[in-house]
Design a protein around this ligand. Sequence first.
Ligand SMILES: Nc1ncnc2c1ncn2[C@@H]1O[C@H](COP(=O)(O)OP(=O)(O)OP(=O)(O)O)[C@@H](O)[C@H]1O
Length: 341
Amino acid sequence: MIEFIDVSKTFILGKREVHAVKNVSLSINKGEIFGIIGFSGAGKSTLLRLVNMLERPTSGTVFIQDIDVSKLSSKDLRTRRRNIGMIFQNFNLFNSRTVAGNIAYPLKLAGVPKKEINERVTELLNFVGLADKAKDFPDQLSGGQKQRVGIARALATSPDILICDEATSALDPETTADILKLLKKVNRDFGITILLITHEMHVIQSICDKVAIMENGEVIEAGSVFDTFTAPQHPTTQRFIQSVQQDLPSKTILEKWRTRGGGKLYRIIFKGDVSNEPILSTVTKEHGVDFNIVYGSVRELQEKLFGNLIISFIGEQTAIQNVLSTLKSIVELEEVTEHEC
Ligand SMILES: Nc1ncnc2c1ncn2[C@@H]1O[C@H](COP(=O)(O)OP(=O)(O)OP(=O)(O)O)[C@@H](O)[C@H]1O
C-alpha cells in the first residue's frame, strides 16, 4: 500500500544540511494500522509529508498503491491526495463553518452534487456520533468532538489511507481512548489503512498492528507491536516500552525481597497461549519447590497475552536448579541482575 525504499530527505538551511529522514525502507500493508513513534525532531512529520506528497524525497522512492509519487504531475498529485485523509493534533477545522460545513468542504472542492454531499454528511455525522451537532460551530465543541469532526471530514471523500498526525496528543486520557476506538472502527468498518505518528507508546499499544521507531531521521526498529513490546531490541525502543509498562518494582522492594529470601530473583516472560497454563505451579510442585510472585503483570497485546513475572523460589538449591532448567525449556527466564535494582 505504502512503500518507502531507501528514502532520505535533506533540508538545506543556509550552509547547514538537516538530514530529517535517512535511508528509510518500510512497507505498510493495506488495512494495517501502522504507528511511527519517536521523540521530537526524529523525522516523523517529514515522513508523513512524504506520504501525502507535500515533500519530495531527496533520494529513494515512495510508492503509494504501486505508484511512484515523485513521478506524478501536479494535477495527478491533487487527485491522488484526495485518496488520503488527514487528521491533526489541533484539528484544523474552519471556525467560520458549521460542523456539517466542515465535513462538506472536501466534497464541495471535489465538485460533488449538493444532494450527494448532504447524504454523505448525514452518514458521516452518524458514524462519528455527532448527528445532533450538525449546525454547531467548532468553538461550541469539546476537543474530542472537534476531533470527531476532523475524522468525519477526512473520511468524506472515502480515502483508502488515513494519516493521523499526533491526533490525540491534545486530548485527555478518556477522550483519547474514545478517539482511538473510533479510529479502530474506521479501520475495521472501511478497511482504511491508517498511518499515525505519535510520541506516546500507549497509543501504539492500544490500536496499532505494526510500529516503527524513529531516531535522528532513521528507523531504528520496526515490526509487529507484539514482537516489539515483548522483545524490544534498541535502547530507545526499550525506553518507550518502559513508559507504558513498568516491568520491575522499585529498587527498595526488590532489595527487600533479595535480603529477605537471601536468594535470587528471576523474571519469567510468558507469550501467547502459554500464559493460560499453570506451568509455574506444575513445575515447582514436581520438584518440591515453593515460589513467591514478587511482582508481575499479564497484559493483552494484539489479542495475545503477555505475562511478565518476577519470582523468588524457595527450596533446596538442586531442586531450584531443576525447576529453572525445566522452565527455561518452556518460557523465557532470566535472572534479575543486581544492576537492575
Ligand atoms: N522544512 C524544513 N526545513 C528545515 N528543516 C526542517 C524542515 N522540516 C523539518 N526539519 C528538521 O528536520 C528534523 C525532523 O523534523 P520533523 O518535524 O520531521 O520531526 P518530528 O519527529 O516530527 O518532530 P516533532 O515531534 O517535534 O514534530 C528536525 O531537525 C527539523 O528541525
